[in-house]
Every structure is written in C-alpha cells, then in structure tokens.
Design a protein around this ligand. Structure first.
Ligand SMILES: [Zn+2]
Length: 147
C-alpha cells in the first residue's frame, strides 16, 4: 500500500493543477508521518478541490497538511470582519449567550472583552458570514463550554 500510495500521491501532485503551485509543502515529511493511515487518493483529491473553492480557506497551501492532519490551523479559516463583529455585538446587546445560558451575574461585556465565534463551526459547514457570527466573552470563546 505505501508504495502504491506514494506513486499515486506523486502523480496526483504532478497532474493536479490545483496542487502544482503548492510550494513549501513538505510532502516527504507528511508522507512519513501518515504512511500508516489508510488514505484514499480519490477521496482526498475531491476534498482538496472542494477546499480550494471554499472562500473561508485563506491559506490554500495548508490544504494538503490539513486533509492529512485535520488541524484547522493549517487553513487559516477566514476571520469575521470588524463590521460583522460590531453587528453581532449590537444584535446581542453585548450579552454573551453562554453567560446568559449559565445565568452568570455578569452577562454583558464591552466589545473589546468579546471575541467572534462561528455559531455553526466551520468544520460542520458553517461559513464566515454575518449570519453565522456571534460574540462570546473571551472566557467562553476559549472554553466553548456553553452547554
Ligand atoms: Zn460568556
């Protein structure tokens, strides 16, 4: 399997115009790290194509490392703009929904004390758009333990 996969991977990288430009990806290192994983080159290619078209993926060179490691940091998922944050903040009247749910004494925060969060997480199909933005207090954004 590993030899076959390496060959397919090399062919894939050569033939696929979307991957050809990916300079700086350490293919050898990634391959060594993941050679024991059962990877399906066809499925991977389909996913890579989809991610290439995803406007929220701002770092296209991170796609290959991402599909192997599943670490979203590689993709630099698009951040909400200041305008989206401000609109969400005003719509919530400065209240952190998690603080509210947990009936905290302090629910209302200054915008500088809050951070934007995807209501539906990106990996579950949530996009970086105003409708999917809410503001959480910094503590809850770090822990995401609102439920
Ligand atoms: Zn909170």
């Amino acid at each position: 399997m590993p030899r076959g996969f390496a060959a397919r991977q090399a062919r894939f990288a050569r033939q696929s115009p979307i991957l050809r430009g990916m300079a700086g990806v350490n293919w050898g290192e990634l391959y060594n790290q993941f050679k024991k994983e059962k990877l399906n080159a066809t499925k991977l290619e389909a996913e890579v194509k989809e991610l290439m078209q995803d406007e929220d993926v701002t770092k296209k060179s991170g796609i290959y490392p991402y599909v192997l490691t599943r670490q979203e940091k590689h993709l630099s998922i698009r951040a909400f703009t200041d305008r989206m944050k401000r609109e969400a903040y005003e719509g919530q009247n400065g209240v952190c929904p998690f603080c509210k749910k947990q009936k905290k004494d302090k629910k209302q925060w200054d915008i500088s004390e809050m951070e934007a969060d995807h209501i539906t997480p990106w990996h579950e199909g949530g996009k970086t758009v105003a409708e999917n933005c809410h503001m959480l207090c910094k503590k809850h954004n770090r822990t995401k333990s609102g439920i």
